[in-house]
Unconditional design. Structure first.
Length: 523
């Protein structure tokens, strides 16, 4: 594996993904991982990521004691990127200084200055790269050579061939770095001589083998399907091994989109051939939500309702199932360095993931999480394999929150016809997005039912009816997001389709808030 030590750069996950795109398995560890932890994974190459710190700030992340002795002894090549390169220089006795005027940010032109391992024959070769730094290397440690400089004369690439230590001041992992991927490949294959043997077919085989080895021949396994791609792919993979010993449940909590229950059950049964029990809990759930206005109270009620249904389902077996399948993804389990501004001493952030609405600990299942080392796009690739054969429309579905439409009807969900109106509006909105060929360009799109009325005129009549807000965002992981810039023609079409198609709506507004400061959902 190629290990990536994370010093908090927004691009760290991208490095890990780029490595995998080149068929090398990557593993992300927090930048302050101990040497024991690093050794345990037996890395064949190590990349030190970028990060927001300067090596001179107090508590700036360091390499663990004994790191250099270990990599030298094991002949493990190390590539420092941005902060990672400054860390190499600083910790080996070179000099890093803060750039007095501006640092270099964004697209920058660099030139290789001499023959090198990193660039091979590309001497005196110019390329445009993505730079983002406020510190620069002023003096190299012993044994290092500068092998590329920027137009301003800053050293942007260094190497110590003997000790297999390399550094890049820019980000080779981002698309704007012209030959960045070529340089990463050179590091992985030319220098670290790693085999290109990681691919999604092998992941499928390995995960299936793990399940055969873990689950006994008499054991039964349960899985809650949400209607999303992650739980479906996880279930399919397990189903391939266990067949009828896997039992899936899909809960209709009354907060689903237009015809969602029928549609996903059709996909589960007729396309994925998964054994699924559908449980209709909508009446009970809506009763639970009655009168609740506070978003957190609503979420809690929904989570508790789900657990109750799931518990009953689990208890309904003669022999209690010992295992539970979850579609947890790698970004949910990665321990990351805290973002800038957060106390560095605090323990690593492990994103709380709301898979299956937070099942209680006393359910006492052993978890089967076949996707826990995969990124979302890798899960999609897995689902597309002929062995799993998940339909493309299902693979590319937008994410949908566990609490469903309840977080999109602001305030009391059970008052009046809000849920029904929202279902109709949402359906028109999504269909229009599909008609305009925009569905796959958008991370998530949905409508929100607002608890206000506005005055309008429909036909010759004055109306006092509902207002809906439309939201569409682009994002790579849901952690940050930008609103989607629809063309006026689209907005015009969707607005008139909604007002004409749904009688009780007389006003449509478009949400132009990014995340932060907004969140994607309204509640
Ligand atoms: P926010 O609104 O926090 O949403 O910006 C980020 C992403 O997470 C989804 N989301 C949830 N998913 N249970 C879930 O399973 C939840 O309680 C929940 N809240 C938000 C949201 O749809 C978006 O994709």
């Amino acid at each position: 594996i190629c290990m990536v030590l994370d010093y908090g750069s927004q691009y760290t996950q991208l490095i890990a993904r780029r490595v995998r795109e080149n068929n090398v398995c990557s593993l992300l560890l927090p930048g302050d991982a101990t040497l024991e932890r690093i050794k345990k994974e037996r890395p064949q190459a190590i990349i030190l990521s970028g990060g927001p710190n300067s090596v001179h700030t107090a508590n700036a992340p360091q390499l663990p004691p004994g790191f250099y002795e270990y990599v030298q002894q094991e002949k493990i090549p190390v590539l420092g990127v941005c902060y990672g390169m400054q860390l190499l220089v600083h910790s080996l006795g070179g000099k890093v200084e803060t750039v007095e005027a501006d640092g270099e940010y964004g697209r920058t032109s660099i030139r290789t200055t001499q023959a090198s391992e990193l660039y091979q024959e590309e001497t005196d070769h110019a390329q445009s790269v993505w730079m983002s730094h406020g510190d620069k290397v002023a003096e190299l440690p012993e044994g290092f050579h500068p092998v590329a400089t920027s137009e301003k004369g800053t050293i942007v690439a260094i190497e110590n061939k003997q000790k297999l230590l390399y550094g890049l001041q820019y980000h080779p992992e981002v698309q704007h770095s012209e030959r960045g991927i070529a340089t990463l490949k050179r590091f992985l294959f030319g220098i670290a001589k790693m085999p290109a043997d990681w691919n999604i077919e092998n992941v499928l085989k390995e995960e299936m083998d793990k399940i055969s080895a873990t689950v006994g021949p008499e054991d039964h396994v349960i899985c809650a399907l949400s209607g999303g791609v992650d739980s479906a792919v996880a279930a399919l993979l397990v189903h391939k091994v266990l067949k009828e010993r896997l039992h899936c449940v899909f809960v209709d909590n009354g907060l689903l989109r237009y015809k969602e229950g029928e549609r996903v059950m059709d996909t589960f049964k007729n396309h994925l051939h998964l054994p699924v029990t559908k449980i209709d809990d909508s009446k009970r759930m809506l009763a639970r939500l009655k009168g609740l206005k506070d978003p957190e109270a609503k979420r809690k009620a929904i989570g508790a309702g789900f657990i109750e249904v799931f518990n009953d389902f689990a208890k309904g077996f003669e022999r209690k199932p010992r295992f539970l399948v979850q579609g947890t993804l790698y970004p949910d389990v990665i321990e990351s360095m805290p973002p800038p501004g957060k106390d560095q001493k605090h323990s690593h952030m492990i994103k709380s993931h709301h898979n299956v609405g937070g099942l209680p600990k006393d359910l006492q299942f052993t978890l089967i999480e076949p996707l826990r080392e995969l990124f979302k796009d890798e899960v999609r690739a897995l689902g597309r394999l002929p062995e799993l054969n998940v339909p493309e429309t299902f693979i590319t579905r937008h994410p949908f929150p566990g609490p469903g439409l309840a977080v999109r009807v602001l305030g009391d969900v059970t008052e009046g016809e809000a849920l029904d109106v929202l279902r109709q509006v949402d359906e028109i909105y999504i269909n229009t997005i599909r008609d305009f060929g925009l569905y796959d360009k958008i991370w998530q799109a949905f409508a929100v039912f607002l608890p206000v009325r506005s005055v309008g005129v429909q036909g010759d009549q004055r109306t006092h009816s509902s207002v809906v807000a439309l939201r569409a965002v682009t994002s790579s992981d849901g952690m940050t997001a930008d609103w989607y810039p629809f063309e006026p023609k689209f907005l015009q079409t969707v607005s008139s389709r909604i007002c004409n198609g749904v009688r009780s709506v007389n006003r449509v507004v478009y949400d132009i808030t990014s995340k932060p400061p907004g969140t994607i959902e309204w509640e």
